[in-house]
Design a binder for this molecule. Structure first.
Ligand SMILES: [Zn+2]
Length: 255
């Protein structure tokens, strides 16, 4: 830079012309390794976010990002998904993980592993499909033993593209992602409303945190980043989904 040779009068205008970013900037584009359990749904959804939003938006100033989905063909239980994503990122990039309540027994361990490795968790109870459903409508009421049944029933009715959404057809093809497009803001609102409706009583979406997490936070603090109270048991957050935090973090939706 030759700024020292420029007069003060010129200084303001020298800020304006577009310049190629310094070389470290292109390497500093946000990269997120996101672990998921292995079903096609989450993997396809992450690829959709990349395709639709990954190049950023110069009008709104939304920065570019690259999500690198991490999964194994035979599936990953939550604690393994955390390990896999940490290994894949090699300490170079952010790590996130998506997992469901389902019938997993290792969810507390997964939160411990996430806290120890500075990994963001997007937990969904009963399932990731709840997040998809919230694009079309609000949802509420504990699902208990019904688990995922009502979520899937409603999702199949929510849009023709999801009419046959069931095993083995749980991928998100172009018609299914098109049906989601433009409804992200509603989905975030509906998901935040579920935090406020949590039976615990002290959970508030406004308490969600997005600042860079610091290494070594406890599992309870990690689990409270979506606005649930620290002593709100993760397994009791029925229904809930934290996937909205990923979209807000990426700048796709503002809250
Ligand atoms: Zn709660």
């Amino acid at each position: 830079m030759s700024s020292r040779r420029r007069s003060k009068k010129d200084a303001a205008s020298t800020v304006m012309p577009p310049q190629a970013p310094p070389s470290q900037y292109s390497r500093r584009e946000r990269v997120l390794y996101v672990g998921c359990e292995g079903e096609a749904t989450e993997y396809d959804y992450l690829r959709y976010l990349n395709k639709e939003y990954g190049s950023g938006d110069s009008e709104t100033g939304r920065p570019a990002f690259t999500i690198k989905p991490v999964r194994k063909a035979d599936g990953l239980i939550p604690s393994r998904a955390v390990k896999a994503v940490v290994e894949a990122a090699q300490g170079e990039d952010e790590t996130w993980v998506l997992f469901d309540r389902d019938s997993h027994h290792d969810i507390p361990e997964a939160f411990e592993a996430a806290a120890a490795s500075d990994t963001e968790v997007c937990f969904s109870h009963p399932s990731f499909e709840l997040w998809l459903l919230l694009h079309f409508q609000p949802f509420g009421g504990a699902q208990g033993a019904a688990k995922n049944t009502h979520v899937l029933e409603k999702l199949r009715k929510a849009d023709p593209a999801y009419k046959r959404f069931d095993k083995p057809d749980k991928g998100l093809d172009a018609a299914r992602t098109k049906a989601l497009k433009g409804k992200e803001k509603a989905a975030v609102q509906h998901a935040r409303a579920l935090v406020g409706q949590c039976e615990h009583g002290s959970c508030k979406p406004a308490n969600a945190t997005f600042e860079a997490p610091k290494y070594g936070r406890s599992a309870k603090e990690r689990a409270a980043r979506s606005g649930h109270a620290k002593n709100c048991e993760v397994l009791s957050r029925d229904p809930s989904t934290d996937v909205w935090r990923l979209l807000v973090s990426l700048g796709i939706v503002k809250v």
